[in-house]
Design a protein around this ligand. Structure first.
Ligand SMILES: O=C(O)CCC(=O)C(=O)O
Ligand SMILES: [Fe+2]
Length: 191
């Protein structure tokens, strides 16, 4: 499925593996994201077994007042918005959500962070909205967060106050799997 669109207003989402992404990423960037997707797939399969990627997106969120010379402008990414990545119209990055509620094929969600909280942006924690309290994780460039996509793992991105937050998201499906992945399988490591 080719999907992408504006996110909730402040960010841009686009798949790194479609033709339209090549001019934005350049040849080296295009090849780099192919390599990163392959590395994410390898790490996720080492932990979760024979899952296969079904979708990937680059998410770029700019905080207030951010002007990054390297970032794609709204004009450059505008044509990408003809695709729609959201199946559930209520789904959003900043609101608490369940990835599997957006796309039922998702079994494992993987997030490879490409910029670092504190150095590149402020705010923008990843939060698991657990029943007792939220668990906040700090994105760091090179860190991979992976977790089962179902209802055990309600989560959100906290507002980005400044700077540029980049992440490569890859969602996997467990063809023929037993589907019994649970929240104990959360993983946070380096790639
Ligand atoms: O960027 C993140 O840390 C999480 C994004 C997310 O939850 C999603 O795209 O479904
Ligand atoms: Fe999500």
């Amino acid at each position: 499925m080719l999907i992408c669109s504006d996110s909730d207003g402040d960010g841009r989402l686009f798949p790194p593996d479609i033709e339209e992404a090549q001019p934005l990423l350049g040849d080296d960037g295009f090849a780099l994201f192919a390599e990163l997707r392959a590395r994410v797939r390898e790490r996720v399969r080492a932990r979760y077994g024979a899952v296969e990627p079904v979708n990937s997106l680059i998410s770029w969120i700019s905080g207030a007042g951010a002007h990054s010379a390297g970032a794609a402008t709204a004009e450059e990414t505008a044509h990408l918005r003809s695709f729609d990545w959201r199946v559930d119209p209520a789904h959003g990055t900043f609101a608490p959500h369940v990835d599997k509620a957006n796309q039922s094929a998702y079994d494992v969600s993987a997030l490879l962070y490409l910029t670092t909280l504190g150095a590149d942006f402020a705010g923008g924690h990843f939060a698991f909205n657990d029943p007792d309290c939220d668990l906040l994780l700090e994105p760091q460039a090179g860190r991979l967060l992976a977790f089962p996509s179902g209802f055990d793992n309600l989560h959100q991105v906290r507002p980005v106050r400044s700077g540029e937050r980049f992440v490569l998201s890859v969602w996997f499906t467990a063809h023929g799997g037993d589907g019994r992945l649970n929240s104990a399988c959360r993983n946070f490591g380096d790639v």
